[in-house]
Design a binder for this molecule. Structure first.
Ligand SMILES: N[C@@H](CCC[C@H](N)C(=O)O)C(=O)O
Length: 277
């Protein structure tokens, strides 16, 4: 059996793109783990799958799997890549795709940047999901079972769950130490993506993200949205916000509660490949 795929990345957040509109491949966790292995497989942060749409007015269904095999609700850098991937075969520039958490609209711009309406953020604990009696902009979470040290985090979902920690320097942020602890914190029953954000000025932040199911990545689109939104509500940020990640910069626009978050950034083809099994 031959499996055709395309390797792409969005600011270094890398993807294995599989078009199941054009071929039939059973997605087992064994296969996904074998493909994601950076030493014995292709290697990627996320597997992005295009499937036939199940609703009218929708171009395709977009599914996302982390490198650890878990299926998740959203991936912002991936959304830009699937837009360019779909443009290559259809010639279209504007798409509506369905995800586990609703519809996304994607537009490939003239300069090949991609603009995505990423969804409406929620701070409701049950929708994140996060264990808390009431919604708040920040929570103090005990870090270790002895409850001795606490950390202040924001918790919100933009389709997928995010924790945001504001730091004075992302370069010195304890991403490797606290990322895994917060990712699996008991107050986040579905685990969480953890962003360490530094305010530069009212229109600019630096950000590093420890992604659920992957580890630290070069960029995270939903993480950039989550940090920019949380910063507009708590750090005096003003839209648009440029989010500088290790892999490059995304622009985030948000007009306030109840509004769509708009993300703009690049999407890059690396190569087309075939795997024989
Ligand atoms: N890289 C992503 C997010 C991918 C999913 C995430 N790791 C999760 O588990 O929710 C992005 O660009 O948004």
């Amino acid at each position: 059996m031959t499996i055709r795929f395309t390797k792409m990345h969005g600011l270094g957040n890398d993807f294995f793109v599989l078009d199941l509109r054009a071929q039939d491949v059973e997605l087992t966790s064994e296969r996904i783990l074998a493909w994601s292995d950076r030493h014995r497989g292709v290697g990627f942060d996320q597997l992005l799958v295009l499937e036939p749409a199940t609703q009218t007015g929708v171009d395709f269904k977009y599914r996302i799997f982390n490198a650890d095999g878990s299926e998740v609700e959203h991936c912002g850098n991936g959304a830009r890549c699937v837009a360019r991937f779909a443009q290559r075969s259809s010639g279209q520039s504007d798409f509506v795709c369905e995800t586990a958490r609703g519809l996304l609209t994607l537009s490939v711009l003239d300069d090949q940047q991609v603009k995505v309406a990423m969804g409406i953020p929620t701070f409701k604990p049950s929708e994140i999901p996060f264990v808390a009696d009431d919604a708040a902009l920040n929570y103090n979470l005990p870090l270790y079972p002895d409850q001795a040290s606490q950390i202040k985090v924001g918790a919100l979902a933009i389709g997928n769950p995010h924790a945001v920690v504001w730091v004075s320097s992302t370069a010195a942020a304890p991403v490797e130490e606290l990322g895994p602890i917060l990712e699996s914190h008991p107050r986040f029953p579905n685990r969480v993506n953890v962003g360490f954000a530094e305010r530069v000025d009212e229109h600019e932040i630096n950000l590093r993200v420890f992604e659920r199911g992957v580890g630290e990545t070069e960029a995270c689109g939903t993480g950039a949205c989550a940090a920019a939104i949380h910063g507009m509500l708590t750090q005096g940020l003003v839209s648009p916000v440029s989010v500088h990640l290790p892999g490059g910069t995304l622009q985030i626009d948000w007009q306030g509660m109840g509004e769509q978050v708009i993300m703009t950034g690049p999407a890059t083809f690396v190569y087309d490949g075939e795997l024989s099994e």
